[in-house]
Design a binder for this molecule. Structure first.
Ligand code: NAD
Ligand code: UDP
Length: 339
């Protein structure tokens, strides 16, 4: 089976590509490298001893996509390509809608033209907005509070409409909670450009001495220690969820929407102390004002994923921190300092 992985050089895409290769899939990675380095895929090839067909291209460019589909018979697409920084999406909404929404329109049109109608889409827990209660189930009300989140919601709705118009489509919408960690080899991991927005890479860069201290955004939330609670999920567990989705897609009728989370919520302070324990390093921090748009608690009900995909997250918070630390220590500047 041949799988096209858009955005496959990125953080989640590279880990998923590795597992796909290990499981015997033929993989084509399609990436513009706007937020990634081809080095991630070189390392995946080294780790697996297998070749990846790596194609530089942009999902917004129909000709780039056509070149892939006219040469290869693609059986399914795992669609990671997208921009993901919430703050940036507020400043540059049109760029986000163009990339994430218009890019997906182009992708689906070219897929349909070539008879490929199976897609696994990277959605996000952000589509639940500020949930009325936790844990979050897939049938909770949806709303987004920023252009990034709205771009995810729009694509979800668009893919549902596509299925309604043509029942040959098979669509899996995977709503990720908070991906963290890295491959246990320490060879591939998250490589954010500039100052990280997300907690885990910020903690890791602070522990390695690249950042002076972590700002904890608020300690007055209604949580066990006042800091925000999230469902951190190891990226390798998340990648495995994609393989389960692919296994499911062949027999799927319609659109399947699934949370990928652990079901366990940890606070910012829990993450700091787990990281200190795993790394043996201090993570200096200060309490700062709340970050606008943040919510108190967000964690998944993972029951439906277990039921329909036979998948559940296995890796502990300690493994998430140890693996992040190994990646950070071995690659203090991400993929950039490569001979
Ligand atoms: P990432 O930035 O590491 O990977 C995205 C990849 O897509 C990058 O390699 C980038 O170069 C590529 N890309 C972007 N626009 C493109 C375009 N127009 N054409 C071709 N390639 C393009 O991000 P990630 O963390 O691996 O996230 C993957 C997907 O999962 C994204 O869609 C993201 O919105 C979604 N997601 C991520 C998180 C998270 O916290 N990491 C949470 C929920 C959902
Ligand atoms: N957070 C923080 N300092 C940071 C980055 C994040 O205190 O430098 C907090 C944030 O307020 C939230 C949690 O860590 O409670 C997770 O934030 P992240 O941006 O990683 O994910 P998201 O907000 O998308 O769930």
């Amino acid at each position: 089976m041949t799988v096209l992985v858009t955005g496959g050089a990125g953080y989640i895409g590279s880990h998923t590509t590795l597992l796909l290769l290990e499981s015997g899939y033929e993989v084509i990675v399609f990436d513009s490298f706007c937020n990634a380095s081809p080095e991630s895929i070189r390392r995946v090839e080294k780790l697996t001893g297998k070749n990846v067909n790596l194609i530089e291209g942009d999902i917004r460019k129909r000709d780039d996509l056509k070149k892939v589909f006219s040469v290869h018979k693609v059986d399914a697409v795992i669609h990671f390509a997208g921009l993901k920084a919430v703050g940036e999406s507020v400043e540059q909404p049109l760029r986000y809608y163009e990339n994430n929404v218009c890019g997906t329109v182009q992708l689906c049109e070219v897929m349909a033209e070539h008879g490929c109608k199976s897609i696994v889409f990277s959605s996000s827990a952000t589509v639940y907005g500020d949930p009325h209660t936790t844990p979050i189930k897939e049938d909770f009300p949806l709303y987004a509070t920023n252009p990034y989140g709205r771009s995810k919601l729009m694509v979800e709705e668009m893919l549902r409409d596509v299925y309604v118009s043509d029942s040959e489509w098979k669509v899996v919408l995977l709503r990720y909670f908070n991906p963290v960690g890295a491959h246990e080899s320490g060879q591939i991991g998250e490589d954010p450009s500039g100052i990280p927005n997300n907690l885990m890479p910020f903690i890791a860069q602070t522990a390695v001495g690249k950042r002076e201290k972590l700002s904890i955004f608020g300690d007055d939330y209604d949580t066990h220690d006042g800091t925000g609670v999230r469902d951190y999920i190891h990226v390798v567990d998340l990648a495995e969820g994609h393989l389960k989705a692919l296994e499911k897609i062949a027999s799927l009728n319609g659109v399947l929407t699934v949370n990928l989370g652990t079901g366990q919520g940890y606070s910012v302070l829990d993450m700091v102390s787990a990281f200190e324990k795993a790394s043996g390093k201090k993570v200096p921090y200060e309490i700062a004002p709340r970050r606008s748009g943040d919510i108190a608690k967000c964690y998944a009900d993972p029951g439906y994923a277990r039921e329909v995909l036979g998948w559940e997250a296995k890796k502990s918070i300690n493994e998430m921190c140890e693996d992040t630390w190994r990646w950070q220590r071995k690659n203090p500047n991400g993929y950039t300092e490569i001979s």
